[in-house]
Design a protein around this ligand. Structure first.
Ligand code: NAP
Length: 246
């Protein structure tokens, strides 16, 4: 098993895919709104803290669901054109939230997120060359950090390396959704899979699961995991920890 306390030799953070699931692998749906899921969510937060992360990362859809809530960015015309280079607005934040938003769609209105009992997190947007000059100016206006990872398509490995070299992030919690999780898994970038499983299901057929392959990604062979530990948690949940079989 990789040792997350011995990260000196690697050029990217130790990456833990940490997720709350139903018994059927779903990560969203009516089950999440039950009192039982609330208890498991507390366990999800407790187990998250045990990794002592400096950042967590989510995909554009998750960010919109939890934080920007459908708000569109107010893009101005005739903006200053900033160079297409990485921008570090805050190199010393206690916590970072990394937002994978390749085309620049999220309507942030401040440069931080307050979430549950986590420390205030400074926002880092992960962009590609598809983003507009107006969106870059918009991020600058709010003092939001951003990095470029790929021209037409997202380069997850490059994003991970920049998070370590520019922000000093050593432990990164990859926290969904399913499409982002699969992107990292298929590039061999997940060190550990940490699942807090809730004793629930809702039978929905149109909700996403832990790993979902986007149509624009090539097919890959199935991925196998090695079991590291199993622990019961409050609320009849189970904390499962796996490493990826090499
Ligand atoms: N239970 C849990 O622990 C947990 C945790 C997190 C999220 N969730 C749930 O998961 C759901 C959302 O999951 P999701 O899988 O639909 O969305 P997601 O992974 O949050 O976001 C997907 C979006 O991220 C961008 N993206 C991700 N991978 C990419 C790649 N390889 N290349 C280019 N762009 C990429 C794309 O944005 P564009 O479309 O802008 O190109 C893509 O549409 C929400 O309902 C949320 O509540 C649950």
């Amino acid at each position: 098993m990789s040792n997350r306390n011995d990260l000196g030799g690697t050029s990217r953070p130790y990456i833990v895919c940490h997720m709350l699931t139903a018994v059927d692998g779903k990560i969203t749906g009516p089950f999440m709104k039950t009192p039982e899921a609330r208890i498991i969510n507390e366990e999800y937060e407790r187990t998250n803290e045990t990794y002592h992360p400096q950042a967590w990362m989510c995909g554009r859809v998750t960010m919109d669901d939890y934080f920007t809530l459908g708000h569109k960015p107010e893009l101005e015309e005739n903006v200053s054109v900033y160079p297409r280079t990485d921008y570090v607005a805050n190199p010393n934040a206690e916590m970072y939230i990394v937002s994978v938003d390749p085309s620049g769609r999220l309507g942030w209105t401040q440069n931080y997120v307050d979430y549950l009992s986590r420390p205030r997190a400074h926002i880092i947007e992960v962009l590609t060359g598809k983003v507009s000059d107006a969106y870059i100016a918009y991020l600058r206006k709010y003092g939001i950090s951003y990095i470029f990872a790929g021209e037409d398509s997202l380069n997850c490995a490059l994003a991970a390396e920049k998070l370590k070299s520019l922000f000093g992030i050593k432990v990164l919690m990859l926290s969904g959704g399913g499409f982002l999780n699969w992107s990292f898994l298929q590039e061999g970038l997940i060190d550990e899979l940490s699942i807090v499983m809730a004793p629930l299901t809702d039978g929905e057929t149109n909700t996403v699961t832990l790993f979902e392959k986007a149509d624009y990604l090539p097919p890959k062979a199935p991925v196998a995991f090695s079991l590291e530990s199993v622990e019961p948690v409050n609320g009849d949940g189970v904390w499962l920890r796996y490493t990826v079989k090499k």
